[in-house]
Structure formats: structure tokens, C-alpha cells
Design a protein around this ligand. Structure first.
Ligand code: ZN
Length: 106
């Protein structure tokens, strides 16, 4: 979950990341940066025509990882644990999940 910090959709609401593009530089966030596209009759996703709305990607620098314990967007760090690397909240130091593969020999 992320919190968007700039633009019309900014706010302290945790949102779902739908896709990560360009190796992490841009992300597609549910309900953020929606745009309407006007389509003619016969379009596969709107057979009657009209407007279809979809999210456009935003820069990942405009979003923060959401920390459930702090209930807000926080800056994160990474640290090495016994078995892997993990992300953690810089505010409360709580783990925010593993990064990368788990070490086989740990
Ligand atoms: Zn936290």
C-alpha cells in the first residue's frame, strides 16, 4: 500500500499499487490520476461508446510506502536480516516485508 503525496489525489489514504512500470520509476495506483477517454461505439471495453476511465501512471517519487503501525506514509530503509533483506519503516522501525529472494543457506 502507498500514500500519494502530490496532486489532486494526495491525502493520507492507503492505496493499492496496481502495477510497477519502468523498473520502479513509475507506478499505477488504484483510483489515482484517473483520466477519461472518449470512445466510439464498438470499443471492446465499452460497446455502447462513451467515456471510459482508467488510471495513468504516476512517478513513484510522488508516493510513500504506507506503514500500518504509524497509519501514514513513511520513508523506508532496508536492512539485512538473518535470512534476507527487508524494508522497514524509518519512524517506528517495524518491518514492512522482505525484499528480494530468500537466502537458500540461511
Ligand atoms: Zn511505522
Amino acid at each position: 500500500m502507498v500514500v500519494v503525496i502530490t496532486g489532486d489525489d494526495a491525502g493520507n489514504t492507503p492505496r493499492k499499487v496496481l502495477r510497477v512500470l519502468e523498473s520502479g520509476n513509475r507506478i499505477l495506483v488504484e483510483g489515482v490520476n484517473r483520466a477519461y477517454k472518449h470512445v466510439k461505439k464498438g470499443h471492446p471495453s465499452s460497446p455502447q461508446g462513451g467515456r471510459i476511465s482508467r488510471e495513468l501512471p504516476i512517478s513513484s517519487s510522488n508516493a510513500l510506502i504506507y506503514c500500518g503501525k504509524c497509519s501514514k506514509g513513511v520513508r523506508i530503509g532496508t536492512r539485512v536480516t538473518a535470512s534476507s533483506r527487508e524494508r522497514y519503516c524509518k519512524v517506528c522501525k517495524d518491518s514492512l516485508g522482505r525484499v528480494g529472494r530468500e537466502k537458500a543457506d540461511a
